[in-house]
Each structure stands twice: as structure tokens, then as C-alpha cells.
Design a protein around this ligand. Structure first.
Ligand SMILES: Cc1cc2nc3c(=O)[nH]c(=O)nc-3n(C[C@H](O)[C@H](O)[C@H](O)COP(=O)(O)OP(=O)(O)OC[C@H]3O[C@@H](n4cnc5c(N)ncnc54)[C@H](O)[C@@H]3O)c2cc1C
Length: 338
């Protein structure tokens, strides 16, 4: 399918891309977001929707998923389009515009803001073949709504931040939480490990170091538990489970973006202070960018998105100034001046 030409196509619907969509609309240009994931929000939605963020301007604290909802609401004032499950794999140049290409669709565009974060990412799968048939029907590698697991017996596999975060978040909702890891070396934040260990001491969580998945137990084609193997003693034990959550981290890959003639260093795109990539009409912002002093934070991504969009708008339409003026005075928001 070939879509209508848009002023700015934003690759990535994380916080940077969402703010870029808002800013594009505020500048009177059309925006669309193309994202490989099934939901908007980037890392916030995929990795830590239930965690509080404390360092975004204007919020003493905000849940990651609530920040995403607020960004979507802000951008939606200008009716941006979002195209999800669309992994951008190629870039073509036509006479007077660019075309972004995914496996199924083509997105003609006048300018591009690359807000692709750490690249297109997908969860690492369990290496045990016995797990494969159960993905999506008993084994889930993403948690979008923890309420889905209320009252259930949950086995979480992993030793990093995501595994420990979900062990912490689910224990008050689930009937039982068992956290399983291949060793006793955990990579999660120290405070979270201490919190989970305190819950273990209080009998509210079971922690099984030196264990791995050995088999899936089912009755009438429904997952009812897992057999775990002690990697030291080589013995096995069965644990009842309604759901198994492998939280083994993510593969991420900037893939095709590194083949577009942009200067890339360590999977990051080098930009100047105007967020220009060196290719006319192509800007970048957020975690994907590299420049002296770069900080990978939501707050910096917002500023970079504003710079990239203002530059892109002026590049496409030279009569439009780079400086947007103050939103508090803009007619587009019903204020008196433009
Ligand atoms: C556990 C955790 C906690 C964090 N806590 C904080 C915090 O408290 N404060 C803070 O400021 N930051 C925090 N961060 C960092 C913050 O999440 C990132 O800085 C932020 O998400 C970067 O936003 P982004 O929009 O640039 O990229 P991302 O959020 O990574 O979004 C990029 C999007 O681009 C998409 N994409 C990539 N390549 C393609 C492609 N080829 N085609 C289509 N789509 C593509 C991806 O699917 C993704 O949705 C945390 C990160 C983690 C992992």
C-alpha cells in the first residue's frame, strides 16, 4: 500500500517521536509516525509501563504508560497518523521527495525525523524448544496490562531489571510469584533486588536461583505449570503456573538505518546541533543520536525533537521561520497572535 505524501514522517513512536508529531502539527505541517512495535510509546510501553519516571519536566512523578498517554493526547490535537507493526527497511529518493519503505507499505514524505531510539527491538525468546508452542497462550514476553495476571500463579524467568520489576509489580496482584534465574548473579537495580528479597523473606515471593526451564506442563492443551531444572544438582521440580513470563531482555538493531549513507557510530546517528544528519531533509532526535554531550533521557529527546522539527519545517517551507515563537501566543491554540 502506498500512503499519501506527508510533510514529516517520524520513524519511531517513542516519547521523542510522539513529541515530534505534536510539534510538527503545531508548526502547521502534517505528520505521521511509523513504528515497528504494535503500540506507541517506545521503551516506555515495551519495557517499563508500570514504572514511575521522576525527571520529566512538570511531573513530580509520572507512570511511564501515563506519560505515553499524555504525549499521544497532546499530539492528537493535530490528527497525526500512526502506522504500527511497520518496520522501516529502506529509503528511496524520488525527484522532489523521499519514500520510506516497510515490508508491506510505502510512505512518501518531504522530510524525515529519525526517532528510532535503540532501534527496532524484540524480546529475547527462551532457548528451550518446548516453550515455542506456548507463546501467546501461557507464555508471554510482554506485559501491557498487569491486571491481566490478577489472581494467577506466575513464573517469571530472568535476572535483570525487567524480571525483578515485574516480580515487584505483580506480587500484590498475583496469587503466587516465582522468580527463576540460571544463576545467583542478578543484573537488576540494587534497590529492586533488595525489595524482592525482602518479599521472599516475608513469604510473598519465591526466588529460585540456579534454575532454568526444563519443560512445560499442560492439561487439555492449557498450560498448568513448568518443570524447572536445578542447574547445579541436575534435579527437577514442578511449579504450578497459569502464566510464564520470560523477561530475558531485548535484541535491538538499527538495521537498515545504518545503510542510508548516514554517519553512524555504535548504532547511533551522528547529528550536528541542528539535528541534521548530513543528508538533506533527514533529521534525527532522541536516543538514536550521537553528539558531544549527548544524554539519553526523555527530557533531552523532547528538546531535540523540537529542534529537528523546526529545522525540517523551515527546510521544506523556507517562508516559515525556524523559531516557532511562543505557543502561549499562537492562534492555532486559540490565542490572540500568531
Ligand atoms: C527500564 C528503563 C527505565 C528508564 N527510566 C528513565 C527515566 O526515569 N528517565 C528518563 O529520562 N529516561 C529513562 N529511560 C530512558 C528512556 O526510556 C529513553 O531515553 C527514551 O525511551 C528514548 O526515547 P526515544 O523516543 O528516543 O526512543 P525509544 O523509546 O527507544 O523509541 C524508539 C521507537 O522507534 C521504533 N523503531 C526503531 N527502529 C525502527 C524502524 N526501523 N522502523 C520502525 N520503527 C522503528 C522502536 O520500535 C521504538 O518504538 C529508561 C529506560 C529504561 C529501559
Amino acid at each position: 500500500m502506498t500512503h499519501e505524501i506527508t510533510d514529516i514522517t517520524i520513524i519511531g513512536g517513542g516519547p521523542t517521536g510522539l513529541f515530534a508529531a505534536f510539534y510538527t502539527g503545531m508548526r502547521g505541517a502534517t505528520a505521521q509516525i511509523v513504528d515497528a512495535l504494535p503500540q506507541l510509546g517506545g521503551q516506555l510501553t515495551a519495557l517499563y509501563p508500570e514504572k514511575y519516571i521522576f525527571d520529566v519536566g512538570g511531573f513530580a512523578k509520572v507512570l511511564a504508560k501515563d506519560l505515553v498517554n499524555a504525549l499521544v493526547e497532546q499530539a492528537a490535537q493535530f490528527h497525526f497518523k500512526s502506522h504500527l507493526n511497520q518496520n522501516v527497511t529502506a529509503l528511496e529518493r524520488n525527484d522532489d521527495h523521499l519514500v520510506l519503505v516497510t515490508e508491506t507499505d510505502r510512505f512518501p514524505t518531504r522530510a524525515i525525523v529519525i526517532a528510532a531510539g535503540i532501534g527496532a527491538f524484540s524480546p529475547r525468546r527462551l532457548p528451550q524448544q518446548c516453550a515455542e508452542p506456548w507463546y501467546g497462550r501461557g507464555i508471554f514476553d510482554r506485559v501491557s496490562d498487569p491486571e491481566e495476571f490478577r489472581g494467577q500463579k506466575i513464573v517469571i524467568i530472568g535476572g535483570g531489571d525487567t524480571a525483578f520489576d515485574w516480580a515487584q509489580q505483580l506480587r500484590d496482584r498475583a496469587k503466587a510469584v516465582t522468580l527463576v534465574h540460571r544463576s545467583d548473579k542478578y543484573r537488576a537495580h540494587g534497590a529492586t533486588i533488595a525489595d524482592v528479597q525482602a518479599a521472599v523473606a516475608a513469604g510473598r515471593t519465591t526466588l529460585l536461583p540456579f534454575h532454568e526451564l526444563h519443560d512445560v506442563i499442560s492439561v487439555d492443551d492449557k498450560l498448568t505449570g513448568v518443570t524447572l531444572r536445578d542447574v547445579k544438582s541436575k534435579t527437577t521440580r514442578d511449579v504450578e503456573a497459569d502464566a510464564v513470563l520470560p523477561m530475558l531482555g531485548f535484541h535491538s538493531d538499527i538495521g537498515a538505518l545504518s545503510e542510508w549513507g548516514l554517519q553512524c557510530v555504535d548504532d547511533e546517528i551522528v547529528v550536528n546541533s541542528l539535528m541534521e544528519t548530513g543528508r538533506p531533509g533527514i533529521y534525527a532526535a532522541g536516543d538514536i543520536t550521537a553528539y558531544p554531550g549527548k544524554l539519553k533521557l526523555i527530557a533531552t529527546g523532547f528538546g531535540e525533537a523540537a529542534t529537528a522539527v523546526n529545522q525540517a519545517v523551515h527546510w521544506m517551507y523556507p517562508a516559515k521561520k525556524i523559531d516557532p515563537g511562543h505557543s502561549s501566543n499562537m492562534a492555532i491554540f486559540g490565542q490572540k497572535d500568531d
